[in-house]
Design a protein around this ligand. Structure first.
Ligand code: PRX
Length: 637
């Protein structure tokens, strides 16, 4: 496999990659120099208990120190955090020195509430500077943060509170979307009420957007504490490289989200290496990732990656087309952004706008646009590269890996890209395409399951929070004959070693780059009193990549007329909105009498999806009731 990419590389990428696979310990020992170690590690890698991999055993470091303190001498008065909000029309720039102080204040607040090393802090916040302070403050004192996307509602939040058991929750009165305030506090209060575990303290940033109720003794005001602790000095807590830095929940096959658990040292090194070899990060320049801190891209490339590399990072609260479709490019011009990172969906949204916005601003500082999170189609890729005249770098990875698995590593070598392909394996990732049944490598251009040989490189998940068994079972047990990490994606590798990703093998769908589990949505819809059974599938959508579509069977056998169906559909959407959040709301809910299932009762989601997309549903010999698919077809028509 390593052989196959050769003729596309002038040797530079190939040599680096080969070394990383042949001699991972040597390779990663060298990369470790990219960060500060308070105490050197004794062992680069302990993989004595596969599939677990402990990187940099015995070493001591700290993510916050590497992201902030380390740069004070050289970059103290240079921008570190650039907050731009087109929601509340605000712009604030924090230098590394100012960020250092704000983080210490936030750390002092957490300490005042009794937070110690290893305690969890849940962060449920919009894209505001205090969210960054809170994350870095946790990292500083060794608390484990768990950021929950602000678009999630009370059920999603409650299950995460229950699982992470945070001592403190940091939140805000509201987020804002398209200029409209979206209240957070009532959802948070409801989630806490729902959860059997109760956090001791809630730290509230009051943006003055939505009035909220305060629970005496539990809720604290961020601004008041900030005043009180304005000059706080909180030293860095040195952590074992293998200590846990954070938990980030993600969807999978079951309705119960998994807490992806990450370490400290391996993550710091992996991000530093990715900034250098993939993102072409340069100290003193500006990085702009348009994601949200609630997602893995936000963790790795809004907060830790750019700051570790000594770059200023843009935290943007707003939409890509408001006040107009020029906003990103204006930010690029105003803050001399050198690296822009976004998702294909957002680009497809821009494509529908006036192209004049793309030539209105000076983009000379920009080196490349990185896109990840979902397949990048050729038309979108072609369009945006033509419009901005910059390289477009597709990169493929997951919450679990924390940083790219496949990409053209332009910081190593400007290898040619191929339309529709995220490129070749990134150093450290021994990626393969395996036959689903035999676990043998597929032939060139043959479809199979994308898998990675263990040990995974630094930065990847350590385990599932509180559930080692689930980690092994979920990620390392797809094949009976051998233990490899399955990414749950279908893919092919071509004759030049380039990979193409063809979608998930499990029940995860990807809506506008947001990863959602169909099981979670089904469970939510099932809680509507009229619903007996439901199937949710992802259906291809021109802008969002996929949208969720639901097929429900009602408890009552009476037929529903069109008006009743409309009312029920709206009610069901409301249920999903209030439990999971609008991100998970299905685009349509159709009512049927029977769902396509196998004789053993397994929902044939993939066949439903195929019918919805006008494709052949495949082998239907195991279907229990052949009329079920006809009902799906009729409903869609
Ligand atoms: O199916 C793949 C898809 O997104 C999944 C991971 O989603 P998430 O955990 O949210 O992490 C996103 C990190 C960027 C993958 O299993 N995916 C991600 N990037 C790509 C992609 N599919 C195709 N092309 C990509 N570049």
């Amino acid at each position: 496999m390593v052989e196959q990419a050769k003729h596309q590389s002038n040797g530079t990428y190939q040599n680096l990659y080969d070394e990383s696979i042949r001699n991972p310990k040597g390779f990663w020992a060298r990369q470790a120099d990219l960060i500060h170690w308070q105490k050197p590690f004794e062992k680069v890698l302990d993989d004595s208990k596969p599939p677990f991999a402990d990187w940099y055993v015995g070493g001591e470091t700290n993510l916050c120190y590497n992201a902030v303190d380390r740069h004070l001498d050289q970059l103290g008065d240079k921008p570190a955090l650039i907050y731009v909000s087109t929601e509340v029309n605000q712009e604030k720039v924090y230098t590394f020195r100012q960020l250092h102080q704000e983080v210490q204040i936030a750390a002092a607040m957490l300490q005042k509430m009794g937070v110690k090393k290893g305690d969890r802090v849940l962060i449920y916040m919009p894209m505001i500077p205090e969210a960054t302070f809170a994350m870095l403050a946790c990292a500083r004192i060794g608390a484990i943060h768990s950021v929950v996307f602000g678009g999630f509602a009370s059920h999603s939040l409650a299950s995460r509170i229950e699982d992470a058991k945070p001592k403190v929750i940091v939140s805000a009165d509201a987020g804002s979307r398209a200029g409209k305030a979206v209240a957070y506090k009532p959802l948070l209060d409801e989630a806490i009420a729902r959860s059997s575990y109760k956090p001791g303290h809630v730290l509230m940033v009051n943006r003055g957007l939505v009035p909220f109720d305060t629970v005496k003794g539990r809720d604290h005001d961020y601004a008041a504490l900030r005043k009180e602790l304005a000059t706080a000095k909180v030293p860095v807590t040195w952590l074992e490289a293998t200590d846990t830095s954070y938990i980030l929940y993600t969807s999978g096959t079951t309705g119960k989200p998994k807490g992806v658990q990450r370490d400290v040292g391996g993550y710091a090194v992996a991000l530093a290496a990715s900034m250098k070899y993939i993102f072409m990060g340069e100290k003193g320049k500006t990085f702009f990732a348009t994601s949200d801190i609630g997602w893995v891209v936000g963790h790795s490339y809004i907060i830790y990656g750019p700051l570790i590399a000594g770059m200023a990072t843009v935290m943007y609260e707003g939409l890509p087309i408001r006040p107009d479709a020029g906003i990103w490019w204006k930010i690029v011009q105003d803050h001399k952004v050198s690296v822009l990172f976004s998702a294909p969906t957002a680009v497809r949204v821009l494509k529908k706008q006036d192209p004049a916005y793309l030539s209105k601003y000076d983009l000379s500082s920009l080196k490349a646009l990185f896109l990840a999170g979902e397949p990048l189609d050729e038309t979108t890729s072609d369009w945006i590269s033509g419009a901005i005249g910059k390289p477009i770098v597709d990169n493929y990875w997951q919450t679990e890996t924390g940083w790219p698995i496949l990409a053209i590593q332009r910081g190593v070598e400007e290898m040619p890209g191929k339309l529709g392909s995220p490129g070749v394996p990134v150093f450290g990732f021994n990626v393969n395409v395996l036959n689903e049944d035999t676990a043998q490598p597929c032939r060139t251009n043959e479809k199979g399951v994308v898998a990675i040989e263990g040990p995974l490189p630094p930065g990847c998940m350590q385990t599932v929070w509180g559930d080692d068994e689930r980690f092994v079972k979920t990620y390392w047990s797809s094949f009976k004959t051998r233990q490899v990490y399955s990414t749950f994606d279908w893919g092919i590798r071509d004759e030049d070693g380039y990979f193409f990703i063809l979608g998930r093998t499990d029940d995860v769908i990807n809506v506008a780059g947001h990863r959602l589990g169909t099981r979670e949505i089904e469970e939510s819809i099932s809680s509507h009193p009229a619903v007996a059974e439901v199937a949710v599938v992802g259906v291809a959508d021109q802008v969002k990549g996929q949208v969720a579509v639901a097929f429900a069977i009602l408890k009552s056998a009476d037929a529903v007329n069109e008006t009743q169906a409309k009312t029920l559909e709206a009610e069901i959407m409301k249920v999903v909105d209030s439990q999971l959040g609008a991100v998970a709301r299905p685009a349509r809910v159709y009512f049927v009498n029977v769902l396509p299932k196998t004789r053993s009762g397994k929902l044939l989601r993939r066949s439903i999806q195929a019918v919805c997309e006008g494709r052949d549903p495949g082998d239907m010999t195991t279907i229990e009731d052949p009329t079920a698919l006809a009902q799906i077809k009729n409903a869609m028509a």
